[in-house]
Design a protein around this ligand. Structure first.
Ligand code: PLP
Length: 438
């Protein structure tokens, strides 16, 4: 067996060479650059169902799915028809619309973990606002986050672990004032002792602990139910709020996301990605009591010119309706699990040092012998060389994975049995190439 020939990237490369004149790194979001994999980023022209096509006409089965939003597959006709119809009525009014009520009702009537919600335009905005709300509500300033969790690019959250078990973080981006990092403690995931110590050292000072519903931005770091419940208890005991950042897991693991998966009631939940069905929407929600602190009811200010945008709401509504159809999640999750089990079977037969973590319709390929990776520190950066090879081989075989080994794969409702049969064949052959032909 030999490697597949490299796909043509003539047009993508030409577009990229133009883009670098306009945008830093040629992209409008750094994860899109192919910095950690081979070649120029592919410029996508169109997508339908499980497939995307690039500017050179290459066709791929897509496991990036716009980083999660396209859970129904691309260009879902019920979503695009609804959007097309709405377009005639106007793009934005800066005044309330019935569409906002409709999307809120679909969400709140089917999600027992939130009573009131506020729509914003991105996941970053949702989490940034949730943090402000937690600080306004508790009248405390410090927050705890975890190494390996991503919560968007607001100042308070671009902080990584310093040295030591419980220390204030260091900024993970230039331009973030040290004063922000001084308010953010960064702990390891899956470590109860660190939490106990942090709450002891900063008694009465912690406004909130923020965690991804299931950390899925730096590998897929599955946390035990016991740990998550401990987190709920220790925050409640210390009158700190528990913020579940469900920008990925919300409407993904099931309609009620990770809160239902763990059977835990967070104080504030943030959403993004799927909620807008491919349009820019984020949201945060909580009990009516906590949400009453938000302006104009309360003193925590938060606003947005394009919040609740009618076109975006329409895409969200058409998406939610389909997610709420009987058996949607059972089918999607089972399909993903079966696919992953099959890959695992092959991996163990061949004894390859590869693990696949999976939950719901998310999975992550780790080049590691460690069976149960739950923390960022357990991911070996050297193993990303293997991902780089895998990524190139998969692209050449018509399978699009997110361009980094730290990223998870997203399955959609549109991935067919035939798609997965094809992908299985390519995955297993690519793994054989990695380990049998050096
Ligand atoms: C993507 C993501 C964000 C940021 O959302 P944007 O819409 O990119 O601003 C925040 N938190 C989590 C968990 C995410 O996955």
């Amino acid at each position: 067996m030999s490697s597949y020939k490299d796909i043509s990237r003539e047009k993508s490369t030409a577009l990229y060479n133009v883009a670098v004149n306009y945008f830093p790194g040629g992209v409008n979001s750094p994860v899109r650059a192919f910095k950690s994999v081979h070649g120029a980023p592919l410029f996508i022209e169109k997508a339908k169902g499980s497939r995307v096509w690039d500017a050179d006409g290459n066709e791929f089965i897509d496991f990036c799915c716009s980083w999660g939003p396209m859970i129904l597959g691309h260009t879902n006709s019920k979503v695009t028809d609804a959007v097309a119809k709405q377009l005639d009525s106007g793009l934005s009014f800066g005044a309330p619309t019935a569409l906002e009520n409709e999307l809120a009702e679909l969400i709140l009537a089917n999600n027992k973990y939130v009573e009131k919600i506020r729509f914003v335009s991105s996941g970053t905005e949702a989490v940034m606002s949730a943090i402000r709300l937690a600080r306004g509500y508790t009248k405390r300033d410090k927050i705890i986050k975890f190494e390996g969790c991503y919560h968007g690019h607001s100042d308070s959250l671009l902080v990584k672990a310093g040295s030591g078990l419980v220390t204030f973080g260091e900024t993970s981006s230039a331009g973030v004032p040290k004063a922000f990092a001084d308010e953010t403690l960064v702990l390891e995931l899956d470590d109860k002792e660190a939490l106990i110590q942090a709450f002891k050292e900063f008694e009465g000072e912690i406004a909130a602990v923020v965690i991804e519903g299931i950390p899925a931005n730096n590998g897929l770091l599955l946390q035990s139910k016991e740990y998550v419940h401990f987190l709920r208890e220790i925050t409640a005991e210390n009158k700190a709020l528990l913020i579940f950042d469900e920008v990925i897991t919300g409407f993904r693991l099931g309609f009620e996301g990770a809160a239902a998966y763990y059977d835990v009631q967070p104080d504030i939940i943030t959403y993004g990605k799927i909620i807008g069905g491919g349009m820019p929407v984020g949201a945060y929600g909580a009990s009516a009591e906590i949400m009453s602190y938000i302006s104009p009811d309360g003193g925590v200010y938060q606003a947005g010119t394009l919040s609740g945008n009618p076109i975006a709401m329409t895409a969200g509504i058409a998406t939610m309706k389909q997610l709420l159809e009987d058996g949607f999640y059972e089918k999607l999750n089972q399909k993903t699990q079966e696919f992953v089990e099959r890959l695992r079977g092959y991996i163990s037969e061949k004894n390859y040092p590869i693990q696949i973590n999976q939950v719901g319709s998310l999975f992550w390929i780790a080049f590691s012998n460690l069976k149960n990776i739950t923390k960022a520190s357990q991911i070996d950066p050297e193993s990303m060389e293997n991902f780089k090879k895998l990524h190139r081989e998969m692209l050449n075989r018509g399978v699009y994975l997110g361009p980094s080994g730290y990223e998870v794969c997203f399955m959609s409702g549109a991935h067919s049995k035939e798609d997965l049969e094809e992908v299985f064949k390519h995955f297993t052959e690519a793994m054989d190439l990695l380990y049998e032909i050096k």
